[in-house]
Unconditional design. Structure first.
Length: 189
C-alpha cells in the first residue's frame, strides 16, 4: 500500500458497508479518498472520525443512475485533486424481487447502478489516468457471489444477472487495457 500514499482513490457506494470499510482502510494507508453516494451524511461522519489518519476522505453526492452526476463527480475530483489513480466501483443494489415480481423500471435502475455506472466510472477514471500519464492506476469492480453462481433465491435473480454482466464487462475492459499495452490494472472481487 505504500506506493498509494498521497494518491487519489474514488470509492462508490461509500456511505455504508463494504464501501465505508474500504474508505477507512485507504485513508489509513495515506490515500486521498473521494467517497461517493446519494447520501453523503454518513461519509462525512466517517471522514470526521478519520481526521487523525494519514490520508483524507472527501464526501461527494452522486446518484449513479444519472450520467450527469457521474460526469460532475469526475469534474469535482479533477478540480480538487487533479484526477483519479484508483477507482473502486463498489456501489450496487437490488430490489429483492423475483423476476416475476420485478418491473422494467426496477431492472433498468439495477442495470444503471450495477453495470452502466461501473462502465462510465471506469472509462472516466482511465481517461483521467491517461491525461496525467498515470500508467499504474487500478480499477477495482466489486461483484458478488451472485456474479459466479445462480442461487436458488428468486429475489436475487435479476441482481445476479447484473453481477454476471459486471464480470463480463470487467474481463472485457482488462482485455482492452492489455491490447493497449497499459499497466492500468482491472480487478474484480
Amino acid at each position: 500500500m505504500e506506493r498509494w500514499n498521497g494518491r487519489v482513490a474514488l470509492v462508490t457506494g461509500a456511505s455504508v458497508g463494504i464501501g465505508a470499510a474500504i474508505c477507512k482502510v485507504l485513508v489509513g494507508a495515506g490515500m486521498k479518498v473521494v467517497g461517493a453516494a446519494r447520501g453523503v451524511e454518513k461519509i462525512q461522519e466517517l471522514s470526521n472520525s478519520l481526521k487523525k489518519e494519514k490520508g483524507s476522505l472527501t464526501a461527494v453526492k452522486c446518484d449513479l443512475t444519472k450520467e450527469e452526476d457521474i460526469r460532475h463527480l469526475f469534474k469535482e475530483i479533477k478540480a480538487k485533486f487533479g484526477g483519479v489513480d484508483v477507482c473502486i466501483n463498489n456501489a450496487g443494489f437490488t430490489y429483492s424481487k423475483s423476476l416475476l415480481e420485478g418491473t422494467p423500471t426496477e431492472w433498468k435502475n439495477m442495470m444503471n447502478v450495477n453495470v452502466i455506472a461501473v462502465c462510465l466510472c471506469s472509462k472516466l477514471a482511465i481517461q483521467s489516468m491517461k491525461e496525467r500519464g498515470v500508467d499504474d492506476g487500478h480499477i477495482v469492480n466489486v461483484s458478488s457471489v451472485a456474479g459466479h453462481v445462480i442461487l436458488n433465491m428468486p429475489e436475487v435473480h435479476f441482481y445476479t444477472a447484473t453481477k454476471y454482466a459486471l464480470n463480463a464487462v470487467s474481463e472485457g475492459l482488462r482485455q482492452e487495457m492489455r491490447e493497449l499495452k497499459s499497466h492500468i490494472r482491472i480487478s474484480i472481487y
